[in-house]
Design a protein around this ligand. Sequence first.
Ligand SMILES: Cc1ncc(COP(=O)(O)O)c(C=O)c1O
Length: 489
Amino acid sequence: MSQRVSKGGAPMDEKAANGLQMPPEVMLDLARKAAELLVDRTHSLPGEGAWDGEFREGLKEVLLEVPSERGRPGDEVIEYAAREILPYTLRLDHPRSFGFISSAPTWPGVLADFIAAGYNVNACTWLVASGPSQLELVVIEWFRRWLGYPENAGGLFTSGGSAASLDAFVAAREAAGHPRHATVYMSDQSHTAFFRAAIIAGIRRENVRIIPSDDRFRLDMAALRRKVAEDRSSGYAPVAICANAGASSTGAIDPLPEMADYCEAENIWLHVDAAYGGFAVVCDEGKALLRGIERADSIGLDAHKWLFQPYEAGCLLVKDADTLEKAFGVHHDVLQDTVWGANHPNFSDRGLQLSRSFRALKVWMSVQTFGMAAFRDAIAMGIRLAARAQEYVEASSILEVVSPASLGVVCFRVNPAETRASEETLEKINRKVLAQMFWDDPAFISSASPQGSFSLRLCIINHNTQWSDVEETLKAVERFGADAVHSAD
Ligand SMILES: Cc1ncc(COP(=O)(O)O)c(C=O)c1O
């Protein structure tokens, strides 16, 4: 009799179930094992390195297996993944993971993804998922209120900021009547996701205008005005202007009120990229910094960044919810039963995806569990830690600020006053420090080059991070920096 393997390798009668099912006790044992693994990891993480990785040669041997025909015990499979695959990552949720945009998910958010997968929710249409669709409306409504957006605003969850920007460009292009010679505008600090999204949305590469930023890394309004005027007189049709509400390299916030005035006067769609910075609006400090965001035609936000959710939890909000359905709503006869009327939106008519995971659940479960005060405090803490990191750098005899703390980001470099090193030497010194940080791994930091100056960069938006983590990291940079300066002499 043919058999398949279940818990602990014990054979299970194939007649009891089809080949892809498991008895309840096995399901529970495996779920417990996975949960224990994650809880143990959360507690051991601060004592471990922030990064681990391996070259392909090293991993190939282990992972290039042909799948077995008869399967193997589920607990072994989990252990194998935990030993051979999962450790080889940047631990973005490590308290000293400051590179790129690192953040840590909250446990209810992690469980929400597990539960949503278990219920096999497809948040595509009202008919298929009315409960999840209503919850998505609720969470989008929370975001709308936090941002101070008008009542008829609406939106949807997306995989992330890149998908949100693509949806925004398509909506902007449609709202402008899909002109032939469309142009879009963004600053030299804008995320490359925008450039890519513009191309996917059908804007020609050469029609993506990169506007210089000023000495505070904010889009230069005079340059924008000049370029738009020049384009209009040459027959181009400006369809969207992108503003940063937390540029990823420097945290810079573009002059949002001025850009909103300008876009209103020129009748051009204003999209604000608030992927990492946007949730700062929930605390007073952030709200003041992001004033004007509520005037944008669309806003992209990533809950997997500063709202502490597991990937993927992006979101796009538009000032007028109808603009999305005008751009994305299409008829398909296989879905004709799913039209329930205007009060029952089909989220698949608001963006790129038809089949969609239930992303709103993780935000809802996390906020319900901890309450808004905990989120507000954790976000405000990131802003304060970045400001404190800047103060530390300013007081250091060996470090200098390259771009001041903005939201959760600060850029700095090793540059002792007495050295008077050339830009080239400074770059060499700082690259060496970065490499040393990487291999010694007291913390994970990354670099950026604001206006051409190679810099070390901290992004501090992890709710697990304390000042001691930031301080230890800066002390390590000072130590390695002193060695690098010495050996460059
Ligand atoms: C400011 C900003 N915009 C857009 C993106 C792209 O978002 P995603 O990676 O969620 O697609 C990022 C990603 O880090 C970002 O920091």
